[in-house]
Design a protein around this ligand. Structure first.
Ligand code: GLN
Length: 479
């Protein structure tokens, strides 16, 4: 009886509570894994959050944790916790497609550093989640294998590109998930699906084993049901990794935290036209509530962000992506056009048939902005504007501790509404891309509903202030 009660309530259980359940032997790690596998089998065919899962492999990992427990070994809080992995992060021995035909048959030869770290703690990999092809998109509609729908309303998108991870957590098909965020891909789907999504400071988490999109922007981070869970997972995956030279040791100061000492900035340019008035209302209401707790709210200005961040991002990201994606040539990885008559045809046809339309569009945009004669006008200029954007934030952080914005200007939109119009799709990234350009940490936390759909508030901090933004996130979570 106890077990059934537990599993019925699992939706509300945090990592710590599940850990207690395992320690008290209310259920075993295998029973827990079996519960999630059943949920995935019944709900995934409609939702399509997972691209791949392997029951036997899941149960083997869980069995190992049960053995540790029965041997009386001390186990970590993440031991036995089933989690989902965005399908652009390598897990040894299982497929990694990046949502693309070109990698359809690719099996990862090793574990990404984040996976190694989580496995060492005994966390159980459930499977690989759906994403926009090569993480390029804001809706999951650009996945080569089909759309992951929004669990709140199946006619709407789950967001992108980590839509599968966010939907899996929201639909209770995993306790937590990993996503990647190059220009909002953790935060925006988290906001659309009513869960928590943390994009760490650039360099705080190793990118080794993450399929590269835009290397100066990419970060891996957790998608969770609660802020506390996000902090727990971040704690395990963060830190310097010799295999990623851009990674750094995270030295967070212990926080004596008190809301009444906190100053929060509201960028005046961020409540723009184009933002859904109902979303604006929910976010402003949440800000009012935190003000009532003693937080000082101050208007700040990020003049280059709203005007230029999106344009800057959509030059730098495709430029870096075009270079990163050059490795998919039909020889080294994945799909190769079988009827090619010579090497040139292998390159041409493997790439033309293997990549989807959006990926090819970005490769062309990026190749153009990096080409001689245009490099100075586009890529170099975008890098200069990037510096201005970073300075905007630096200046704002001289006056405030955190910056609050909506995560997305709208709630989850309808499937099909934007897929054919790239510009309107890019606009959904308006509040999130500046954070990647500046390398800052930010978390999206649910703060209410508009049109009966979840709305997320974005809390942006200074580099390596993850603890602080998560603490502020806890407040909004309680709303
Ligand atoms: N929507 C962004 C894009 O399409 C998200 C990218 C990302 O963070 N992976 O580029």
């Amino acid at each position: 009886m106890v077990k059934i009660d537990y599993f019925m309530n699992l939706r509300n259980l945090t990592i710590k509570q599940i850990h207690q359940g395992l320690l008290k032997r209310d259920f075993s790690a295998v029973e827990l894994a079996e519960y999630f596998l059943r949920e995935i089998e019944s709900k995934n065919p409609d939702l399509f959050a997972y691209l791949f899962f392997d029951k036997q492999k899941v149960l083997l990992q869980a069995k190992q944790v049960d053995e540790w427990i029965s041997e009386g070994r001390e186990i970590s809080e993440l031991a036995g916790i089933p989690f989902a992995v965005k399908d652009n992060i390598l897990v040894e021995g299982i497929p990694c497609t990046a949502g693309s035909k070109i990698l359809e048959n690719y099996i990862a030869p090793y574990d990404a550093t984040v996976i190694k770290k989580l496995k060492r703690k005994g966390a159980v990999v459930l499977g690989k989640t759906n994403l926009d092809e090569f993480a390029m998109g804001s809706s999951n509609e650009y996945s080569a294998f089909g759309i992951c729908k929004n669990p709140y309303d199946k006619e709407r998108v789950s967001g992108g590109s980590s839509g599968g991870s966010a939907a899996a957590v929201a639909a209770n098909l995993a306790v937590f998930a990993l996503g990647s965020d190059t220009g909002g891909s953790i935060r925006q789907p988290a906001s659309f699906c009513g869960v928590v999504g943390l994009k760490p400071t650039y360099g705080a988490v190793s990118r080794f084993g993450l399929i590269a999109m835009a290397s100066s922007l990419d970060q891996i981070g957790p998608i969770t049901k609660t802020v506390e869970d996000a902090a727990l997972v971040f704690d395990v995956i963060k830190g310097k990794d010799p295999s990623d030279s851009t990674s750094l040791e995270v030295k967070e100061k212990e926080l004596e935290f008190n809301l009444s000492n906190l100053k929060a900035g509201i960028p005046k340019e961020f409540f723009i036209k184009g933002i859904d008035p109902d979303v604006e209302k929910v976010v402003k209401e949440a800000i009012k509530r935190i003000e009532e707790q003693g937080v000082k709210i101050k208007e700040v200005s990020l003049p280059h962000c709203t005007d230029y961040a999106l344009a800057t991002y959509y030059i730098i990201m495709p430029s870096e992506a075009s270079s990163n994606l050059a490795r998919y040539d039909g020889i080294r990885y994945g799909f190769s056009w079988p009827e090619a008559k010579d090497l040139q045809e292998v390159y041409f046809y493997s790439r033309a048939k293997g990549f989807g339309e959006e990926v090819r569009r970005r490769i062309m945009l990026g190749t153009f902005s990096l080409s001689s004669g245009y490099y100075d006008a586009y890529y170099l200029r975008a890098q200069k504007v990037r510096t201005l954007i970073r300075q905007d934030f630096q200046q704002a952080f001289e006056e405030v501790d955190v910056i609050l914005t909506p995560t997305s200007p709208t709630v989850a939109f309808k499937i099909g509404e934007r897929a054919k119009d790239p510009l309107s799709m890019y606009l959904s990234d308006i509040f999130v891309t500046a954070v990647n350009l500046a390398g800052l940490p930010a978390v999206s936390v649910p703060c209410g509903k508009a049109h009966q759909l979840p709305v997320g508030i974005q809390i942006i901090g200074e580099p390596f202030q993850e603890k602080k933004i998560l603490k502020v996130g806890e407040f909004f979570e309680k709303l």
